[in-house]
Structure formats: C-alpha cells, structure tokens
Design a protein around this ligand. Structure first.
Ligand code: GTP
Ligand code: MG
Length: 553
C-alpha cells in the first residue's frame, strides 16, 4: 500500500522566493509557464543532483515549531531552502547551502538508543528528530496539500474553466510535479546513491522517465538509473611509456549477467541497510533487469536499473519535446489522463498501451501538423554538433541538446483543435498497415504484424508497443472515435450553452456511453460501415493477441 504524500509548503520561505524568481519576466502568471524548462537536460540534472547532495531528510515529531527547528539546524550552516510534507507522519526536506553542513549534522547525530532490536549502524542523510522535552511544542508548519486533486475536485475546476484550452491547461497545472516533489525525487535518488557508492564510489544514481522528462504527474513512479560509466572508464586511456595498467576484475560471460550481479547486490544492500526502503523485489529476469522497492518516507515506488543508458537518452529526448512548445505537455497530460480514466492504461503490466507509447503518439501527431508543432528526430539530429554526438551500444542517439538552437513552431492551432484532431487522426489511423515513427514524423509500413507498432526511436528495430493486443488497440480506436464525436457536438454548444451538463474535457472523461445520454443527439458516433471496415481489416490481418510484457525497458 502506498502512503499518502502530502507536501506542505512554507509560504515566505526561500523555496517560495526561488519559485517566484523562476517566473519568466513579463509572462502572464498562470502557474505553468515556469515549469517549462529551458536548460539543457544534463545541466538541469547536474544542478539538481548537486542540490540533493546538500539536502537531508528528517522525520519530525508531530508537533514542531518551524522557527526553532530551523534555528537548531542552522547551527550546522546556512539553509538554502526547506519544506515539510506528510507521508503518514511529518517529514522535512532541508537543503543546506554547503555540503559541509550535512557532515557537521551527521557528526552530531547519535545512533538510536538500544531497545529490544539491534540497529544496523549506517550514517545516512535520513534522520529522526526527537524532542527532548515532549510537552509543549506547538505545530507551526503551514500545511498545503500538494496531492493531485481527486476526480471530483478536478471535474469541478474543469467545469468552471472558460474554454477547452483552459481545461487542458488546468489539468496540467493540477497534475504536474511541483518543485518540492521534484526535489524529493532527486533527494531519494541521492540517498540511494549513497548506498550504491559503498560498492561503486564513482557511481551516479540518476532519475529518468516521467520524473524528469517533463511529463510526470504527482504520484508517478520514480525510475532510477545506476550509472557506472565513471567506474567503467577508469580502465581506459591512461598510458605512460611502455606500460599499460589495468584493474584486476572478475569476468562474467555477458553484459546481462554483469547487470544482474550488480543489481542483486545493490538490492540486498537496500533491503538490509537502507533506512526506509521496504518491499525490495529483485526482478532480474526481465528484459531490463531491475530492483523494485518502496521508499517509505517519500512514498515513491522506485524502479532501479543499470546498463539502461538508452532509457535515459529517451528521457532527454522527451524533455526536449516537452520544453519546445507549451501545448505539448498540456496535450500529453490530457491524453494520458483520458486513457487512464477509460482504463486504457494500467499500473499492472499487460497488453495495454503504456504512458510512454501514448506520449510517442502525441509527439508523432504534433510532427504531422501543418506547419509541424514538433520537429522530427531526424531533424534534431541534423541540428546536432560534435558535442552532441552519442552512440550507445551501436545505436545512433545523436540529437541537438541545446534547446535554443531549435526554431520555435509557427503553428498557432489551439489545444481544443489539436485534441479533436488527435482523436480523429488516431480514430482513423491505418494501424493494420502502418507504424508510428517519430524519427521521420511520417507513417511507415509496419515491419511485422504487431497490432500497434511504434518504432523505438533509438533501437530502431524494436517496437515499444509490442505488448499491446488487438483488443486493447481496438478499445483505444473506439474511444478515440467516440471522443471525436463528443468534441464535434461541443462545436454546437460549448461552455456557455452547456448549463449544468458536462462539457469539453469533462464529457470526454465520463465513462463511455454516459455522454450519449447527456449530450447525444446523434445515434451513432461513426458510420457503421467504417466500423465494420476496421473490424474486417483486423480479422484479415489475422493478428494474434500478444500478452507478453515486453515493455522494452
Ligand atoms: P509513468 O507511467 O508516468 O511512469 O511514465 P514513464 O515515462 O516513467 O514510463 P515507465 O516508468 O514505464 O518507464 C520509464 C522510462 O523507461 C520511459 O520514460 C522510457 O524512457 C523507458 N521506457 C519505458 N517503456 C519503454 C519501452 O517500451 N521501450 C523503450 N525503449 N523504453 C521504454
Ligand atoms: Mg515511470
């Protein structure tokens, strides 16, 4: 069971000031412009990692005076920012200005007094603060709930929006990761890095996936990549005179076995020594071996992988796409939420479409607009310079990393139009013949008979949606067609005409069929002959359902 995570922000704190400073000057404040990053991905990751290394996580007593708490910690050095959150109990995340302060705090910290159980000694950056005098501390931390809204609350804010565009932007604003949540994600990776560093002192644990690719929503899992490239590179290049020195190492027959061995050991360490890591599962026989665990204090479900550099590169590519145009994230969040509301996606692996595949579909769709809203991966590769050159395991992962070198789109289509066209496009897509390919931004012939074929952008012979069955794809197509129809009805009405009726995005999120009752004038969403055509085509192509979870990770 996942704990409820409530982030409590501290109005008037440095963190708050920093957030305000991040607003681009002159922009109209709607709350989401500031979330569009303009930094290079690597720059952003390095900055945040460095911040996280100066940060500690403290389990606090229920009643605490914020002022006294900060004064007490400031003995170790100035504090850059801090916030409180609740995850079953109260926690504080405190970022010092200097790393030395963390060491000073650790030096002053005691091992827990012995009770019935024996503590495994480990000096982490996760502390437990106790009050010496249990009596009269008053809680002064201001609580501000940062959980994603319930569907009920969401429907209320969406109903009160002014337009469909406003609805999509509102959904993004309500669900996107907050600054505090992002900090907590980097801090969690940093705490895990401390454990892994016991074996591999030069390792880096990097978040990837939706935590960093600009498409993460509150509550999404935390994908981590144990990067050992520094350790691996130690044995190359250094020659002097006639000699070449190499490390003595253990050898194993394959890269996969090396990965399994490393993850197995780190999994054991997490399970045995890492405070707060529970439910550790080693899933070493998956296509991409991983260790899954819950980080109790942050409430994150974590997946730790290694030797998975391509996934990190995919995250970087998505980050660039998410940052290029403010419509991208609003559309991706909406399509993902819509898919979840209709059970097209699931947290359990299976024959359903994944969020990653949906994101690729939105990117592909935006590449096909006229003029295009997003550039193709091939054109991002053309813009790359020598520094961007990147080959991973023989795959060309070169693309431009500097966002400022990509020309903004001249397309001015509204989100409402794009959403409608997205559903229409995929409601009529020839999935039986064609594949989706963000490298070229054009439909291609499918190389095999998988119901849904989305080319992996970097390992181009792979299909990222190989797991999707024909029936799940059909469900997606049916819902896309129904959604097109609902939005066409909207053209006749809109918010002003709808009275108390659900309209726009709300109508799209209602269970299938419910709309026809409340909105419908037409009987059929799509001409019956077209539906029959789709059905016949799918039978003709004689596809078998594929329930293997390849996920491609
Ligand atoms: P959430 O559903 O919000 O967690 O989205 P996510 O993008 O984080 O997806 P997930 O946790 O399933 O996967 C994490 C990352 O692994 C993705 O962002 C991709 O970079 C990569 N990934 C996931 N699935 C695939 C796949 O099928 N093929 C490839 N090549 N990479 C994948
Ligand atoms: Mg994820």
């Amino acid at each position: 069971q996942r704990p409820v995570l409530r982030l409590l922000s501290c109005p008037g704190t440095v963190a708050e000031d920093l957030r305000r400073d991040e607003q681009p000057s002159g922009s109209v404040e709607t709350g989401f412009e500031d979330k569009i990053p303009k930094k290079r991905f690597s720059e952003m990751q390095n900055e945040r990692r460095e911040q996280a290394q100066r940060t500690v996580l403290i389990h606090c007593p229920e009643k605490i005076s914020e002022k006294k708490f900060l004064k007490y910690l400031s003995q170790h050095g100035p504090i850059n920012n801090h916030f409180f959150y609740e995850s079953f109990s109260l926690y504080a995340v405190v970022e010092f200005c200097q790393k030395e302060s963390v060491r000073s705090l650790q030096n002053e910290t005691h091992a827990p007094s012995k009770g019935m159980e024996v503590a495994i000694p480990f000096r982490s950056r996760f502390f437990n603060l106790k009050l010496k005098n249990q009596t009269s501390e008053r809680s002064c931390v201001q609580m501000s709930n940062q959980l994603p809204p319930s569907s009920k609350k969401l429907f209320e804010v969406l109903r009160d929006a002014e337009s469909v565009d406003d609805q999509l932007n509102t959904l993004l604003k309500e669900f996107q990761l907050t600054e505090e949540n992002t900090k907590l994600r980097y801090l969690t990776c940093s705490l895990i890095e401390d454990i892994a560093a016991a074996y591999f002192p030069d390792c880096v644990v990097r978040p990837f996936g939706s935590s960093v690719n600009t498409f993460g929503k509150l509550g999404c899992d935390l994908d981590m990549f144990l990067d050992l490239s520094e350790t691996r590179n130690l044995s190359t290049n250094k020659t002097s005179g006639n000699f070449l020195m190499e490390f003595q190492v253990k050898n194993v027959p394959s890269e996969r076995i090396a990965t399994q061995k490393i993850l197995s050991v780190i999994g054991e360490c997490l399970d045995n020594f890492s405070p707060g890591c529970v439910g550790v599962q080693k899933i070493l026989n998956a296509r991409c071996p991983l260790v899954r665990f819950s980080h109790q204090a942050s409430g994150f479900q974590c997946d730790l992988t290694t030797n998975n550099r391509i996934a990190l590169t995919s995250s970087e590519l998505l980050y660039i796409y998410g940052a290029l145009d403010s419509r991208v994230r609003a559309l991706v969040f909406t399509v993902r939420y819509w898919a979840r509301a209709h059970s097209l996606t699931s947290s359990i692996p299976g024959a359903w479409i994944t969020n990653f595949s949906l994101t690729m579909m939105v990117i592909f769709f935006l590449q096909t607009r006229s003029p295009p809203i997003l550039p193709t991966l091939d054109s991002l590769q053309t813009l790359a310079d020598a520094e961007d050159k990147c080959i991973i395991e023989g795959n060309n992962c070169t693309f431009v990393r500097d966002l400022n070198r990509i020309k903004p789109s001249e397309n001015t289509e509204t989100l409402e139009l794009l959403l409608k066209e997205f559903f229409e496009y995929f409601g009529n897509f020839a999935f039986n013949k064609n594949s989706i390919n963000i490298r070229q931004g054009r439909e291609q012939n499918k190389p095999d008979s998988s119901p849904l074929y989305i080319q992996n952008p970097f390992e181009t012979s792979l299909n990222i949606s190989k797991n999707v069955s024909q029936s799940q794809l059909q469900k997606f197509v049916d819902l896309a067609q129904e959604s097109t129809w609902i939005l066409q009805q909207e053209d006749l009405g809109g918010p002003s005409m709808s009275g108390n009726q659900p309209w726009g995005l709300v109508a799209l999120l209602l269970p299938s069929g419910a709309n026809r009752k409340s909105l419908g004038k037409k009987k059929s969403r799509k001409p019956a002959n077209e539906k029959v055509k789709v059905l016949l085509e799918s039978i003709k192509s004689n596809r078998t359902e594929n329930f293997t979870n390849t996920n491609g990770k």
